[in-house]
Design a binder for this molecule. Structure first.
Ligand SMILES: Cc1cc2nc3c(=O)[nH]c(=O)nc-3n(C[C@H](O)[C@H](O)[C@H](O)COP(=O)(O)OP(=O)(O)OC[C@H]3O[C@@H](n4cnc5c(N)ncnc54)[C@H](O)[C@@H]3O)c2cc1C
Length: 412
């Protein structure tokens, strides 16, 4: 059996390990655009912050490819997939035949439209190489502008603040992490960042960057100017799929996969940030571009590719984030639509900076946001993930002392 894996991120890496475990003799070719050995992508923001060293990033040793007998084609991009001929072609024109293919190409930062994008010190923050470039620029920088209040924009702003730069964060939604938390938790996060000196601008976009060779300022759509010598563009990500033929493989936002992580083309699978799978809380297809889902999807896709059918129950958005004095944990549907099927319980203690919100659809917990009140967060998450019916008073789940055993039928 000839397996080809596109991408050496966490999804591709786990898929390769699953395949090798089940098929000791199959030929595995892994093609990867990035030259770094597999590493923990979320930790690149800690590298920027200075709280992690480069040596802590790798998730596999340098002998990973050899130990698994993987033919690693590193530093090369896949340019095309020929579904009928069952081949992939790289930028360099090399062609690889496959019986089973995995698309685990992750995501690319969403580009922006503005004048002056050629200037130096404008960065995306998706790869370790981009953060290394930021670190080289950092000593000469004092004022940073961060575009976007999503996970990447937020983490970049936090890291640069901790590095002592004056940081302006430009957020369209009005508060950071609007996909991860609700407006109440968002306001608490924003207040915490502002107390540490962050400047926040809302409802404005950058129209142009100015400078000689290096960026010196940004013009905003409201007519104002923000002086800056470093810019991070964190306006979200899009699945990296420019090589996927859409007439032969169904793509919505990500590559559409079934419960075996197989695409609409037989023998071609997708996993991680590139894949669009069933979402447990939303009950629809969704791209949950998070690390734990990329791990699970990669592992299961590899098993299915190697001939052990193993269904995937679906993905669930979730995050745990530390922000100065706040511990934030969220999962599932945090901002439900106004709909009689949903019940929301909330408790906010502003004095102690604690906040707990639970979202129910009928008798199931489908979402949660916890700020500095993260007790039993793991249990609550497993109730969402397991779609477990709640047969006791819902209010009981709001108590920090809530215990999983309360859900079990009383024993005689
Ligand atoms: C700064 C930052 C912070 C994050 N924080 C968190 C967090 O707190 N919690 C969380 O759960 N998740 C977080 N994430 C998201 C998490 O890192 C991703 O969900 C995860 O890395 C996805 O893994 P993947 O294997 O699908 O894709 P990736 O890790 O993106 O790997 C894809 C690989 O494919 C390669 N590739 C792409 N196109 C091609 C091509 N055409 N040919 C060959 N190779 C190609 C890329 O070079 C890359 O190596 C964060 C991400 C970033 C950037």
């Amino acid at each position: 059996m000839q397996y080809v894996i596109i991408g050496n991120g966490v999804a591709g890496t786990h898929a390769a390990e699953s395949i090798r475990r089940l098929d000791p003799h199959g030929v595995i070719t892994l093609i990867a655009a990035e030259e770094d050995a597999p590493y923990c992508r979320p930790m690149i923001s800690m590298l920027l912050e200075g709280s992690a060293a480069a040596a802590q990033l790798p998730i596999r040793g340098p002998d990973f490819y050899d130990a698994l007998k993987i033919d690693a084609v590193i530093g090369k991009r896949v340019r095309a997939i020929d579904v009928a001929a069952r081949t992939v072609t790289t930028d360099a024109g090399r062609r690889f035949a496959f019986d089973r293919l995995l698309i685990a190409s992750g995501a690319d930062p969403r580009p922006i439209k503005a004048r002056g994008l050629h200037l130096e010190n404008l960065f995306f923050m998706r790869t370790a190489a981009q953060v290394r470039a930021m670190l080289r620029a950092l000593p000469a920088c004092r004022r940073a502008l961060v575009l976007g209040g999503g996970l990447v924009g937020f983490k970049a702003a936090y890291a640069l603040l901790r590095r002592g730069l004056a940081v302006t964060l430009l957020i369209r939604s009005g508060h950071p992490l609007s996909m991860q938390v609700d407006p109440q938790a968002g306001a608490m996060i924003l207040a915490s960042l502002q107390e540490q000196g962050l400047t926040v601008r809302v409802q404005a976009e950058v129209t142009a960057f100015e400078g000689q060779t290096t960026v010196r300022s940004a013009h905003l759509s409201d007519g104002s100017t923000v002086p800056c010598d470093l810019v991070v563009i964190g306006k979200g990500v899009l699945p990296a799929l420019d090589f996927v033929p859409r007439e032969a493989i169904a793509v919505d936002l990500g590559v559409v996969v079934d419960q075996y992580l197989e695409t609409s083309a037989a023998g071609i699978f997708a996993a991680g940030d590139a894949a669009e799978a069933h979402d447990i809380a939303r009950k629809t297809r969704w791209v949950n571009a998070i690390w734990p889902e990329a791990v699970t999807q990669g592992r299961l896709a590899g098993m299915n590719m190697a001939g052990r059918p193993t269904p995937y129950r679906g993905s669930l958005g979730r995050n745990v984030i530390r922000i100065f004095d706040l511990d934030v944990m969220s999962g599932g549907l945090v901002n439900p639509p106004p709909d009689a099927r949903y019940t929301v319980l909330q408790h906010h203690n502003p004095g102690r900076r604690r906040y707990r919100k639970l979202v129910f659809r009928y008798d199931r917990l489908v979402g949660m946001v916890l700020v500095n009140a993260i007790e039993q967060g793991g249990v609550l998450l497993s109730l969402i993930q397991g779609e477990i019916p709640i047969r006791i008073r819902r209010e009981a789940l709001m108590a920090p002392t809530f215990n999983f055993r309360q859900l079990l039928p009383a024993t005689v």
